[in-house]
Design a protein around this ligand. Structure first.
Ligand SMILES: [Zn+2]
Length: 316
């Protein structure tokens, strides 16, 4: 394990906690916007774990998970190792209640970033050089998109055995193998030899208590497993999905789900209905396979081809 821990050139000594305000760029008003990074280091050596939220600035459940962990003093007096907690990675998007940075770009497609590039690229560059470089592994907290609900789930790359192990310890209700996306935080971290588990729960701009609670419990299980905190969270039933597929709308219309995330389906079960506004007979939406619903669309109106359910499947 590493002896030194420094973030943005600031040394964190053993037994020390620090808030480091990382400055990346100014707003058009000239206002300097800092990205607060909370670092907690035990006197005893151990893993350096990143817990981060808000890479997409409107994904509030992840932000709330980290906020509550900090507020509850979970990382004070760590028994060993270090925690780097960042509630809002994309502080610029957060200010705008937006997934992206103000120039409309998704930071999670700009890793490892560039010192002199666009704002998204600069945020990615700073996180890569000043945070990812310091950690052993991490958990990055996300949610579904607008109107897209994700049942609490952890995601890891199929060939990343460390991430698989961390996801198992985290023990979300569902875990899912998912391939690394080019220029994402997860892929760039993987290339640096640092495994990141992505936790997904809830939807953007909406608090979902189940997702928040499961995220907090999962983070605590990981810290407890590595001997960093004393609190132990009981293990729960868990479903591992090796694959997933989207069930899409065969026609546009009003969407009436009959099932919701977390429920199991058999092939050809009716998952919901699509109707026109004029009283015609609704069209049934049938399950293309057996599995568990790991996400659903909360939109009442959908276009043809829109994703309605995300179905996790086993043993295929
Ligand atoms: Zn996200």
């Amino acid at each position: 394990m590493k002896r030194e821990l420094s973030v943005d050139g600031q040394l964190i000594k053993r037994g020390e906690s620090k808030v480091i305000d990382l400055n990346i760029a100014r707003l058009v008003s000239g206002t300097a916007i800092d990205l607060p990074i909370y670092v907690y280091r035990s006197k005893k050596p151990g893993p350096i774990i990143l817990l981060s939220g808000g890479l997409h600035g409107d994904e509030v459940d992840g932000i709330e998970i980290i906020r509550r962990l900090i507020r509850a003093k979970t990382f004070k007096n760590l028994k060993r190792g270090s925690v780097i907690a960042i509630p809002v990675l994309n502080i610029y998007g957060f200010l705008n209640f937006s997934r992206e940075v103000p120039d409309g770009k998704d930071v999670n497609r700009y890793f490892p970033g560039n010192k002199t590039g666009s704002l998204a690229s600069r945020v990615a560059y700073n996180l890569t050089k000043k945070v990812l470089a310091e950690i052993d592994f991490g958990i990055d907290f996300h949610t579904g998109g607008a109107n897209r609900y994700n049942y609490p789930q952890s995601r890891f790359a199929p060939n990343d055995s460390k991430a698989r192990e961390i996801a198992a310890i985290f023990n979300a209700p569902i875990s899912l193998e998912s391939n690394l996306i080019d220029k994402s935080l997860r892929k760039e971290a993987y290339k640096m030899g640092k495994s990141i588990v992505v936790y997904e729960g809830g939807e953007s701009m909406r608090f979902d208590e189940l997702s928040i609670t499961e995220g907090i419990r999962g983070a605590k299980r990981v810290l407890s497993h590595f001997g960093m905190i004393e609190e132990e969270i009981p293990v729960q039933n868990h479903t591992f999905c090796s694959k997933s597929q989207w069930v899409r709308a065969r026609r546009a219309g009003l969407f009436h789900p009959a099932l919701k995330s977390g429920e199991w389906v058999d092939q050809n079960d009716v998952m919901g209905y699509l109707s026109d506004p004029f009283g015609s007979k609704p069209v049934r939406i049938k399950a293309p396979d057996s599995g568990i619903i790991i996400g659903h669309n909360n939109a009442p109106l959908v276009n043809q081809g829109d994703a309605l359910f995300h179905l996790g499947t086993l043993n295929h």
